[in-house]
Design a protein around this ligand. Structure first.
Ligand SMILES: CSCCC(=O)/C(O)=C/O
Ligand code: FE2
Length: 187
């Protein structure tokens, strides 16, 4: 099962370590969604083409493009540079959808109080990172992940490094999160 935790503030040690707080402070998935809008689904990675949850997601959200990315020193062209860019805090104008087929890694997302939440993804985890949220990605100490990427229309992978607060997608994201917070607190 996917694990999510608040990160420590340690910046001198290896980004591939777990970076837990002391004591470790975990979040459940509903809390992750409330704080960030990140969505999570469990998929059968060995037979993802026939997975009903993925099929429904693809139809409902209109994913028309998919491909595969393998991040390892051997498989990823310009490995060091790409990993450096993945770990630079950024956002995208579209959702980032990743299904892990093999290996593992960490997606870090900023919560509503600017704290880093670390999402550990392993085989079968599908996450949807909303457009406009600041995030980053790193391999863990296994140095290997293979994932499928999904997109609506022609894929745009461009990362907008922080600060990117003037982008419409950032404003929409913040508005959506603020409205969800109000709704939640009215119940
Ligand atoms: C496991 S996919 C590599 C990371 C990536 O594509 C990305 O955009 C990170 O923010
Ligand atoms: Fe990204």
């Amino acid at each position: 099962m996917v694990k999510v935790w608040f990160m420590d503030d340690e910046q001198e040690t290896d980004q591939r370590l777990e970076h837990h707080r002391s004591p470790p402070d975990y979040l459940e998935l509903p809390e992750l969604y409330q704080k960030t809008g990140v969505e999570y689904f469990k998929i059968n990675a060995d037979d993802y083409q026939n997975d009903a949850i993925l099929g429904e997601l693809r139809a409902k959200r209109g994913y028309t493009y998919d491909d595969e990315i393998t991040c390892s020193e051997k498989c990823l062209p310009d490995y060091a540079n790409k990993l450096k860019n993945f770990f630079t805090e950024h956002l995208h104008t579209d959702e980032e959808i990743r299904l892990v087929l093999d290996g593992s890694g960490y997606f870090d997302v900023r919560d509503n109080e600017e704290q880093w939440l670390r999402i550990q993804v392993v085989k079968g985890d599908l996450i949807i990172i909303p457009a406009g949220i600041y995030h980053r990605f790193t391999l863990d100490s296994n140095n290997f992940i293979k994932a499928r990427r999904y997109f609506v229309g022609e894929p745009v992978w461009t990362p907008h490094n922080r600060p990117a607060d003037d982008l419409d997608c950032r404003k929409s994201y913040l508005k959506h999160q603020a409205e969800s917070f109000v709704q939640l607190n009215q119940v």
